[in-house]
Write a protein that binds this ligand. Structure first.
Ligand SMILES: [Zn+2]
Length: 82
């Protein structure tokens, strides 16, 4: 399928992506989410069933399999936390 982004000549291909979302300030990361990803610009599409399943993780506050360090780009990485 041709990319939806105006001016992009790319095609979507099926991939699994690492999806990060921010639900009212609560940041969640879901790995291996099936998606269509544009080979050129990287635009990502999820089908409605995938969106529904992502919402389920948010709504039931699913127990994570692991936790990840969270960084803020605006904070100086060389400054040690007190
Ligand atoms: Zn594209």
């Amino acid at each position: 399928m041709k990319c939806n982004i105006q001016g992009c000549i790319g095609e979507y291909e099926k991939k699994q992506v690492l999806h990060t979302l921010n639900s009212n300030g609560k940041i969640m990361v879901i790995d291996h989410v099936p998606a269509e990803v544009c080979k050129i610009c990287g635009d990502i599409l999820f089908d409605p069933e995938t969106v529904r399943r992502i919402e389920k993780f948010v709504n039931i506050e699913a127990k994570p399999i692991s936790t990840v360090p969270l960084y803020d780009f605006n904070k100086d990485p060389e400054k040690k936390a007190i």
